[in-house]
Ligand binder design. Sequence first.
Ligand code: CS2
Ligand code: MG
Length: 422
Amino acid sequence: MIDRSPAAIPQIPSRPARATATITDARVIVTCPGRNFVTLKITTADGTCGLGDATLNGREMAVVAYLEAHILPLLIGRDAHRIEDMWQFLYRGAYWRGGPVGMTAIAAVDVALWDIKAKIAGLPLYQLLGGACRDGVTVYGHANGSTIEETVAEALRYRDLGYRAIRLQSGVPGLKSTYGVSRDKMFYEPADADLPTENVWSTERYMTTVPALFDAAREALGRDIHLLHDVHHRLTPIEAGRLGKDLEPYRPFWLEDAVPAENQAAFRTIRQHTTTPLAVGEIFSSIWDCKTLIEEGLIDFVRATVVHAGGITHLRRIASLADLHHVRTGCHGATDLSPVTMAAALHFGMSIPNFGLQEYMRHTPETDAVFPHDYAFRDGMLHPGDAPGLGVDLDETLAATHPYSRAYLPVNRLEDGTLFNW
Ligand code: CS2
Ligand code: MG
């Protein structure tokens, strides 16, 4: 006979008070060490600070307003440890869900809270995300030049620097400028003017240049190095199918942003015509932007990033869905993503099973001085370091010496003046 008297029921020891980390301050810091960055700094009652990148290239001040007017008042007094609850509160609670501005703002809060949680735990963030799945995060460098010869020479230089993957972007004969070709070989900055510069584009000229570029590059570099290319949203699906097929003999690691991806179904056409791996997603804000692409196996790498796709909390969901469908990550990592994002991307890249490749456009020494960080390049990989948290800081005194300077991304027109994709 079971004794069911109250005295016989084992008492669950009262739970120790759950540790809380009350948010007492949250500030947005805008700085322009050669290019604009927006950073969110959150502080808790015990003085722990966390950083989140909120930079949206060419639309930075929209995110500043979203954060300062609508998000910061919600943070004060909340528990910094409750990261998932905060994410749901800011995403569902906005009613107007998603979009690049809102999701970049949510991402900044999310990453700052992960930074705080890891600092309080005294662990590098990747340890909280499940620990290391690899020795380091393999990155790709950016070889570019106004001619094919110049681009191949740059690619040889990147190989000699130890890169195992190199993106090739060359000028197109007959076009004054094109995407990815920078004046300064080591640092690429597309947001180059106070008002949008107008580039001229010709798909026909471009479509003959890229296969010649890969032919010359494979001739010079051989087949043991990953070579990739960014189309930057400029082809139609059938044009992308043709370019993918033309490149097959050169085994590209991926063809990126072949077509604008609002119409995810359009990638079915590309898939029908080529086995060249496809990467897309640096401008995605959420899992909904890539659900069809992933579930139908229409892409091979998803490029969504920590800073624009809702932070680590949401990017983990995207990576988990991708893992079910043989899709790997290939996170965006351009100069307009601050060292805070690069650090977060490395902790993320260390911790997921289906990591593919991480973009690494080096920041300038001016930027690195404002954002001192632990990550370092070694043997073709970046390592996030083992400092508690993200391993990146923000020198606010130095940041204040670089005031915001409006800068727009270029726009593209066809040779007949039609406004086109940049
Ligand atoms: C590019 C970016 O890095 C890339 O793959 O697509 O340079 C992109 O043009 C910029 O991030 C836009 O701000
Ligand atoms: Mg790109």
